[in-house]
Design a protein around this ligand. Sequence first.
Ligand code: FUB
Length: 457
Amino acid sequence: MNIRITKLLISISLLPLACFSQNPIVQTYYTADPAPMVHNGTVYVYTSHDEDETVKNFFTMYDWRCYSTTDMVNWTDHGAIASLKNFGWMDKTNGAWAPQCIGRNGKFYLYVPIHGEGIAVLVSDSPTGPFSDPIGKRLIDSDHVWQDIDPTVAIDDNGQAWLYWGNPKLWYVKLNEDMVSYDRSVGENGIVSIDMTAEAFGSKEGRDGKPGTTYTEGPWFYKRNNLYYMVYAAEGIPEYIAYSTATSPGGPWTYKGNIMQRAPQLAFTNHAGIIDFKGNSYIFYHDQDLSKGQGFKRSVSVEQFKYNADGSIPLIIPTREGVKQSVGNLNPYQKVEAEAIAWSEGLKTASDSKTGVYVTKIDNGDYIKVRSVDFGKGAKKFEASVASASAGSQIEIRLGSIDGELLGVCEVKNTGGLQNWEMQSCKVKKIKGVHDLCFVFKGGGGQLFNFDWWQFK
Ligand code: FUB
């Protein structure tokens, strides 16, 4: 087959991904166990992170990452916001499992399980860190640390915070207002064990052959319209997503059934997080589409859904298309981080203390797509902050897709190194109104340049 035909076939095979995908929401890293948090008109999604290289055919997870959006389609990468190195009291180098973050009194509390060490907490003044360890030991003082995974936290209207967790059982503590200690007067030294009954979580034969429930792990606890929800990964493995409800935060729980069935693109684990944002409801989960079926290389995806009138959750189909409609526009007349991405191919992000997060590993043909860019009355000039160790690379600015109308070409000169940042610019065809854009990177062989932000004038 000649090279042209081969390239044509490759580009045709990429077309469905390039043009129609919004899932998974992150293409630069493998992400899992999504925990969305709405704060000040922004959705932050905290994720665990499956490394590109799986060690010993098991979960290989060293840090936690964070992504944010105001429109549900362009996701800004905030990098690794915490890692196992945050905890001086233990020496585990693997096991950074499913996190959740919550804000209270101007601080942000990140609850994390460390597989085999139990549940710990970090605190920060900002949703994106830096986080530090406020207590210097594990938070949950139990004798079943290997089962202490997947913390989920919510603050009730009366100010009481509840932290649930567990595999294959479900426990909770009532957190004190400081969010880093809990009421020791209830349960066993503060830890309350939920009754795992068929009425509460549906029935299934347990791992020991005895009657058990469908509850497995990954609880997501929240309140909506005076009803408490416990969404969870069920009947592992492979897992599906089910839920129960209760009229009080400590239960009793009533099983309500399956809301996301097993599907070929889903992994052997699943893990959900649900929010309401700008009048819509969204469910985050993870799948294995990006890694083409590798269960230790998962990716976070999201679907929009509508609750039924009685508050029940419908069956939700995981799709590659994901969120169809953005709920806001990007303003191109202020600096937009290059790592604000609706879809990308071939790229990574990196960060340092001077520049923050930036896009790296840019090779010829790689691209970034951003959606819903509102040009208003019109733009004429494009500026980009780039760092390059060689000359001759370009950023093609295209309308809608990688082969859309060419609006302009920004030459990337040699700035003297991949950490020497300079602003470079080009004229663009006048463009008005709201459009999707593609930045297509062109150049010779190897890594072309790093890309920090862009802006139109
Ligand atoms: O990501 C590691 C573990 O896999 C999580 O803690 C579980 O919820 C499952 O997703």
